[in-house]
Unconditional design. Structure first.
Lengths: 193, 193
DNA sequence: CATTTCTTGTACCATACGGTACATGACTTC
DNA sequence: GAAGTCATGTACCGTATGGTACAAGAAATG
C-alpha cells in the first residue's frame, strides 16, 4: 500500500467547496464538523471521500496552489507594462478585500511551513518560485526580485494585522523606483561616458 | 468585578518558566498539561495562579514584550555605528539559533494578531513601534525605516521556513547600501552645486 | 487550642475532536 | 430476483482539552 491509503473519486466541486470554506475561515484549522456544515455534506462523507483529515488539507493545498497559479498568471498582467505598474497591480490584487480569505489561508499555510509541515513547505517553495518567475518578467536584477519577495511577505503580514495596505504599497513603490532610477542612471552613465 | 477575575501573586520565576516553555515550543498553543509538565507544576496550580488559560497567554505576551525590549535595547548596539552595521547586528541577533524559539513565538503572536486577538494586536503594534524607534536612531528617512520593517518581517518568515538567513541578510544589506549611496550622492550634489 | 484561610493533589466533568461500527437502503450485475 | 457493491445516516468511541469539586494537609490567627 502506498502513501494515499484511500481516496475515492470526489464528487464534482467538493474540493472547491472545501477550499472555499477554508478561505472563508482564513485557515486550514477548521474542524471536520465545521467544514461539513460549510460544504453541506456530513463529516462521515468527508472522511469517506478523502480518507482522512490530513488528506483533505493536503488536497486543499494543492488545489489552492492551482488557483493561485491561475490568479497570478503572467498573462493577467498588462503586457509590456513597467516593473512598477506590474508590481503595483500584483499588490492591489493580493490585497483585494474579496481575496482576503485566500491571503489569510496562504499565510496559514506558511505558518504550517515554519512549524515543520512538509506539505506546507512544498507549497511555500512553489509559491516563492511562482512569484519569483512572475517578477523576473519585469525585473531583471535577481537581487531586486529577492528583495521584492521579502517586502511582499512582510507587507502581507502588516496588511493582515493592521488592515492597512498602504505601508506595503509605499515600500514596494520605493524599491521599484529606486531600482529603476539606478538602472536609468547606469544607462545614462554608460551612454555618456 | 473588573476584567482580571483572579490572579494570585505568582511564585518567583513561574511566569519566566512559562515563557521559556512557550519559546521552546515556538508557540503559545501549548496545552495546560504540556505546559505544566514543562514548568514542573500541576495544571491545577497553573489555573490557580493565573486564573485561566487566556490569562497565562496574556501575561506571557507581556513578559515576552519586556524580554524583547531588553534584548533589542538601543544600548546593546555598538554606539555610533553605521546604519548598515547596526541593522546587520540586529538581523544577526534575531536569527541567532539560540533565539529561534523566541522568533517562532513572536511570529505565533503575529498570527494571533492577524486572526483577530486584541492582545496579540497590541503586542504587534508595540513591537513595531520598538523596532521603528530602534531603526530611527540610525536611519533618518522614515520611509526607509518603514521599508526595513517590512523586509525584516518578510525575511523572518523566509528564515523560519527555509532555515536560511541569507536572503534576509542580502535584502537588508541591499536596502541599506542603496539608501546610504543615495544619501551620500545627494550630499555631494548639494555640496558641489 | 480552635478556627479560619491558603495550598495542593486526585479525581473528575463537559466539550470538541478525528474517526469508526453498523445498519439501511439504493443500484448494479448475473 | 438473488447477491454483491456502493452511499449514507446515526450513534458511538477514544482521546485531549480547559477547568472544577472536593478533600486533606499546612499555616496563619484569634
Amino acid at each position: 500500500m502506498t502513501s494515499q491509503a484511500k481516496s475515492r473519486r470526489l464528487p464534482e466541486g467538493l474540493l472547491d467547496s472545501c477550499v472555499a470554506a477554508f478561505a472563508e475561515a482564513g485557515t486550514l484549522d477548521l474542524s471536520l464538523d465545521q467544514l461539513s456544515r460549510h460544504v453541506g455534506i456530513s463529516k462521515r462523507m468527508l472522511i469517506h471521500y478523502f480518507g482522512s483529515r490530513e488528506a483533505i488539507e493536503h488536497r486543499a493545498m494543492l488545489r489552492l496552489e492551482d488557483n493561485l497559479r491561475a490568479h497570478f498568471a503572467p498573462e493577467s498582467l498588462p503586457a509590456g507594462s513597467s516593473a512598477e505598474t506590474a508590481v503595483m497591480a500584483l499588490w492591489r490584487r493580493a490585497t483585494d478585500p474579496a481575496s482576503k480569505g485566500v491571503l489569510l489561508l496562504t499565510m496559514d499555510v506558511s505558518r504550517r511551513a515554519w512549524n515543520g509541515s512538509a506539505a506546507a513547505r512544498r507549497f511555500y517553495r512553489e509559491q516563492q518560485r511562482l512569484w519569483a518567475a512572475l517578477l523576473g518578467r519585469f525585473v531583471s536584477d535577481k537581487a531586486v526580485v529577492e528583495e521584492i519577495l521579502q517586502v511582499l511577505q512582510g507587507a502581507a503580514v502588516t496588511y493582515l494585522i493592521t488592515g492597512d495596505a498602504q505601508p506595503g504599497k509605499r515600500s514596494l513603490k520605493r524599491v521599484l523606483t529606486t531600482w529603476t532610477a539606478r538602472v536609468g542612471q547606469e544607462h545614462r552613465k554608460r551612454h555618456t561616458r
